[in-house]
Design a protein around this ligand. Structure first.
Ligand code: C5P
Length: 232
């Protein structure tokens, strides 16, 4: 085990939040009077992250700056992965930091606003020989894999499945290299929905650590009800 060098966090917060239907980008939706973005940012700061970078749509930058005064704020991209990349680029371009072997970056969805600080702190130490640690929970549903005709083509053993959350703690150099390789890849047959899958695709080692129910991704209106329950 080693204690990380610098610890960065990138918050992709440029999603529209269409499924939540709040009429504003989801990161700026208020839960108990505080935006999801501010809650996520403050948890990362409380956990001891050195610098936080937020990727948000330009029309929300002023608001983001007010709510997260010490964060670096950059424009997001078309997909989540593009927004994460914009955030990663800022580490060198805006902070002038050259990635070292022991640096860690936590990529954390603003939508997981109630993630406990202790869970974030547990993830900040990436073991030797590991490139990425992701918080995960066992799944309670049986999961089917289907083809384009909706025919079931497989049922993975449930005991071996995990639902993953964020923050995902990656070695900064590995995530940068995985992103570079992905930018060069022209096959178009891989669409990463999280950062760990990009590292897996690149050939890195990803392990899971215990997640927490409170780190739920606030996506649909029912999630707001659950989150309010946790807040109460
Ligand atoms: O849409 P979804 O809930 O999967 O988004 C996860 C996170 O990625 C959210 O915090 C959202 O704001 C962010 N995102 C982004 N840029 C996009 C799409 C989503 O930063 N283009």
């Amino acid at each position: 085990m080693f204690v990380a060098g610098k610890i960065f966090a990138v918050i992709p917060a440029a999603g529209m939040g269409t499924r939540l239907g709040a009429g504003i980008p989801k990161a700026f939706f208020e839960l108990g009077g505080v935006t999801l973005l501010r809650r996520a940012y403050e948890s990362l700061v409380a956990a001891g992250v050195d610098r936080v970078i937020i990727a948000a749509s330009p029309d929300m930058h002023e608001r983001a700056r007010l709510e997260c005064p010490d964060a670096v704020i950059v424009a997001g991209g078309k997909e989540r992965a593009d927004s994460v990349l914009c955030g990663l680029d800022a580490i060198a371009d805006q902070l002038g930091h050259e990635a070292g072997a022991d640096d860690v970056v936590l990529v954390h969805d603003a939508a997981r606003a109630l993630t406990p600080v202790e869970m974030i702190q547990r993830l900040m130490v990436v073991p030797d020989g590991v490139d990425c640690v992701v918080p995960a929970l066992p799944v309670s549903d049986t999961i089917k894999q289907v083809d384009e005709q909706m025919r079931v083509v497989g049922t993975p053993a449930r005991a071996a499945l995990r639902a993953v959350q964020t923050p995902q703690a990656c070695r900064l150099v590995t995530l940068l290299k995985a992103n570079e390789a992905f930018q060069r890849d022209e096959s178009g047959d891989f669409c990463p929905t999280d950062d760990a899958s990009l590292i897996e695709w690149f050939g890195g080692t990803v392990v899971v650590a215990p997640g927490d129910e409170r780190a739920l991704k606030i996506t649909h209106p029912i999630d707001v009800v659950i989150a309010e329950h946790y807040l109460a």
